[in-house]
Design a protein around this ligand. Sequence first.
Ligand code: GDP
Length: 198
Amino acid sequence: LNYATAQFMVSAPTLALCPDDTGAEVAFAGRSNAGKSSAINALTQQKALARTSRTPGRTQLINFFSLMNNPATRMVDLPGYGYAKVPESVKLEWQRHLSEYLLHRFSLKGVVLLMDVRHPLTEFDLTMLDVADQRGLPVHILLTKADKLKKGPASAALQKVRSQLVEWEDLVTVQLFSSLKRDGVTPLSQTLDRWLDA
Ligand code: GDP
């Protein structure tokens, strides 16, 4: 699939206002500031398709993008979770929405879960993995900002995360990613192709 043809479709404030649950989509999730917008922009080779936000977590909209030649194929940018300045009640409410989306969205084929390579597997990340597991939904983890580490420590971080996920190894794959260096775009797009073409 040609992810460079992605174009903005619609922003949905609630699940009920999402586009029809037909066709196939992949969702991008992660803590605020994990590098999600940058990764979507790197994948689609567009500078500002997803906003890189100065105030993470402020807008809690689900953003849908479709591919020009495959309008029934969508990429979904989920709001970043865990932003410290959001009140606890809002965090919980949003986590409930996220779970609902992950559990009940029929056209969702897989989740790309982004984590800063220096701070992987936070409590929020584990909750996301747990929810995906409840439904048998595949998860592809991007350990982002890999350029912040030297090669040795980066691959050590990768191995460590893999070893912590043996429990989920049938459903979860992990790779290093750097939007800055455009490292890891190919294995990411291959994973999406696998999910969306099937
Ligand atoms: P989001 O909140 O998850 O969408 O994160 P953003 O994409 O807005 O990125 C958060 C911050 O991390 C920004 O300051 C980005 O410039 C920075 N960032 C994102 N990706 C990378 C990367 O691959 N390498 C480096 N060094 N910085 C990155």
